[in-house]
Design a protein around this ligand. Structure first.
Ligand code: ZN
Length: 84
């Protein structure tokens, strides 16, 4: 089981600056809230992760925390993959 601790974001692969979470509130009935990671230095960012698009095994309800975790995973994987 994963521990529900604070998500750790790696430094930006481009400039080495700190990355932060971004949040875009949704409009109920139109689109849901989204989360992404953006570098505070150069602005590199992950795609927006829609709360609804996060996989939900066993029918668990999606949550902002899951969307943030997904965004953090994308960000941290990007470091490993290097820039395209
Ligand atoms: Zn950067």
């Amino acid at each position: 089981m994963k521990k529900n601790t604070a998500l750790v974001l790696k430094q930006c692969p481009c400039c080495g600056e700190k990355a932060d979470f971004k949040y875009r509130s949704g409009s109920w009935g139109y689109y849901s809230a989204k989360h992404a990671i953006q570098c505070s230095g150069c602005g590199l960012e992950t795609p927006w992760i829609d709360d609804k698009e996060v996989a939900t095994p066993k029918g668990k309800p999606t949550s902002a925390e899951q969307a943030k975790a997904e965004a953090a995973g994308i960000w941290n994987r990007r470091i490993v993959e290097n820039e395209a």
